[in-house]
Design a protein around this ligand. Structure first.
Ligand code: PMP
Length: 391
């Protein structure tokens, strides 16, 4: 169309380079198997770590929420869109995380942007891990604060950044708890020690750790027993929690400040009842059914060991996120296509999501996968990997 020629040309280049990806359409619910193009395949690409997207208790809570409060909320939280369920959920979350308070955002993305962009000013400095999530990067782009990026998980580089920014009013050090593309964990105890030494605040993004790490899935702060020493915990309700949304857990002053200043919170309509009520039930399921997390970790160990035994390079992962390193962008996409032919859906991840020539097929097993499904998936990886000369 006229006016879009530049975009069309760029898209054509992506097609020529083999990195153009049409959206994959699921024709079923988000289970251990999904239907794509009329075929049932094993799902290894969702963040549905505990299988909660289809848990009967969450589905019932969502339906009951609609019956009680309706389909939508009709307003932002600060005008007429705060319902009792929102406040109750935030108290439940704060209890769960052992923090003074919690605040829910529309997504994990907007939670990060909302916090970072609102609490820092020109006199402050934000110090961020090089591999932090895009939403942290965008939050940083929106602050007037100074910015320093430290090499991924490199504590000497973090210390250097802390030494060089001592005149700042507030330093906020931000790290993902679990890194979404490599599945490695931040050295949070070391980060906390350094921040205590240099009087800086710590913020952790537990998007991939909520419901996965720590007792009942309380996250990395609980995993490392750092309660009270990490100032801000951000996370998502869209992955292991199985629904949608983001949260910030921390001091009451932080919650009050965000309610008045965080733009995504102030200017976007509150979560509908189905979402909030399903999230509330999800936290209760985490408390009632710890066996889901046990199964997630057993499946993770089985699948990771299987991939290594086959000769795949699974990088530095210590979590259910297991990248299968491939190299070039186009090979990752070919590998993903070959896996789909073999009955496994595992997305190829290429530049700019990961650095050039570090393309991979990223897998996430869940508690919902049966052992036989993981065995079948490993056989598919072996066949596709051999066909393309990856192993
Ligand atoms: N932080 C990290 C580390 C993530 O991986 C994601 C999800 N891609 C988000 C934040 C954003 O969460 P949400 O999908 O709820 O917006």
């Amino acid at each position: 169309m006229k006016g879009f020629e530049r975009l069309e040309k760029e898209i054509q280049q992506w097609q020529e380079n083999g990195v153009y990806r049409p959206l994959t359409e699921l024709e079923s619910d988000q289970g251990s198997k999904v239907v794509i193009d009329g075929r049932e395949v094993i799902q290894l690409s969702s963040n549905n770590y505990l299988g909660l997207t289809t848990h009967p208790r969450l589905k019932k809570a969502a339906l009951d929420g609609v019956e009680k409060y309706g389909a939508g909320t009709g307003s932002v939280r600060t005008i007429a869109g705060t319902f009792s369920m929102h406040e109750e959920f935030e108290r439940q979350l704060a209890d769960f995380k052992h923090t003074e308070a919690a605040l829910v955002f529309q997504s994990g993305f907007t939670a990060n942007v909302g916090v970072i962009a609102s609490i820092l000013g020109e006199e402050d400095v934000v110090i961020s891990d090089a591999l932090n999530h895009a939403s942290i990067i965008d939050g940083i782009r929106l602050t007037k604060a100074g910015r320093r990026i430290y090499q991924h998980a490199d504590m000497a580089d973090l210390e250097k950044a802390l030494q060089e920014t001592q005149t700042a009013r507030t330093r906020l050090v931000i790290t993902d708890g679990v890194f979404s593309m490599d599945g490695d964990m931040a050295p949070l105890p070391d980060i906390v020690e350094l921040c205590e030494k240099y009087d800086a605040l710590v913020m952790v993004d537990d998007a991939h750790a909520s419901g996965v790490m720590g007792k009942n899935g309380r996250g990395t702060v609980d995993h490392f027993d750092l309660h009270g020493r990490v100032h801000i915990q951000v996370g998502t309700l869209s992955k292991a929690i199985g629904v949608l949304g983001g949260y910030v857990a921390g001091p009451k002053a932080l919650r009050d400040y965000l309610i008045h200043r965080a733009r995504p919170f102030l200017f976007s309509t509150s979560h509908p009842p189905a979402v909030t009520e399903a999230c509330r039930e999800a936290i209760q399921v985490l408390l009632d059914e710890p066996e889901l997390i046990d199964k997630l970790w057993k499946n993770t160990e089985f699948f990771k060991n299987g991939l290594s035994r086959l000769g795949f390079d699974t990088g530095k992962s210590v979590t259910p996120i297991t990248p299968v390193m491939v190299g070039t962008d186009s090979l990752a996409m070919k590998f993903s296509d070959a896996l789909l032919e073999e009955g496994v859906y595992a997305q190829g991840i290429a530049f700019p999501t990961v650095p050039r020539d570090q393309a991979r097929v990223r897998t996430i097993v869940t508690a919902a996968h049966a052992r036989e499904e993981l065995e079948q998936a490993l056989e598919a990886f072996a066949r596709a990997g051999q066909k393309l000369g990856i192993i």
